[in-house]
Design a protein. Structure first.
Length: 160
C-alpha cells in the first residue's frame, strides 16, 4: 500500500469531519450576482447526511429541499448549493462504503434527487444502480434525453 493510500480518509471519516462547520456567512458581492443578498448556511457533512437519512422508503427529497431546510435551520437566506451537493455525495459514498462493510442500515442516498426529479448520476451505482433501488421502492423512472427522472416525483416528496 502506498503512503498516499494510507493517508487517504475513508468516506465515512470524511462524513464525520465537520471542519468547523456549520456556519453562516454573509453572501459576498460576487455570490450575490447568482444567489441574491443575505446570508448563506454552510452545513456540516453530517447535517446533510442526517436529512438524507430521514427520508422514509417510498418518499423522495430534492437537493434544493435539503438546502432550504439547512437555511431555515440556521436562520440563513439560502443553503450553500456547492457544499450541500458535495456533502450529499460524500454521504452517498460513505453509505455505500458502509454497505460493503456489511452495514445494513445505510443512508438511502438514491432517494435524494436533483432539481426536477433527476437522478444524480454521480452517486454510487450510477443511474442504473439508483434506478433499480428506486423502482424496488415503487417509483417509475424514465429517460428524458440524457437524464433519468422519477415520474411524478413531486407527489412523493417528503415534507421537511
Amino acid at each position: 500500500m502506498s503512503d498516499k493510500a494510507k493517508l487517504r480518509k475513508s468516506w465515512q471519516e470524511k462524513l464525520m469531519d465537520s471542519k468547523g462547520l456549520p456556519r453562516v456567512e454573509k453572501i459576498t458581492l460576487k455570490m450575490s450576482q447568482r444567489w441574491g443578498t443575505g446570508t448563506i448556511a454552510i452545513p456540516a457533512p453530517k447535517e446533510v447526511d442526517e436529512i438524507m437519512k430521514s427520508v422514509p422508503k417510498g418518499k423522495l427529497v430534492t437537493i434544493n429541499q435539503i438546502r432550504a431546510q439547512l437555511a431555515q435551520r440556521h436562520g440563513a437566506t439560502i443553503g450553500c448549493p456547492i457544499t450541500t451537493g458535495i456533502f450529499a455525495s460524500i454521504a452517498a459514498r460513505a453509505a455505500e462504503e458502509a454497505a460493503t462493510e456489511g452495514e445494513k442500515s445505510i443512508t438511502p442516498y438514491w432517494r435524494t434527487l436533483k432539481e426536477g426529479g433527476v437522478i444524480n448520476e454521480k452517486y454510487p451505482g450510477g443511474v442504473e444502480g439508483q434506478k433499480k433501488l428506486l423502482e424496488k421502492e415503487g417509483h417509475q423512472v424514465i429517460q428524458k434525453g440524457k437524464k433519468y427522472l422519477v415520474c411524478d416525483f413531486e407527489q412523493h416528496l417528503v415534507k421537511l
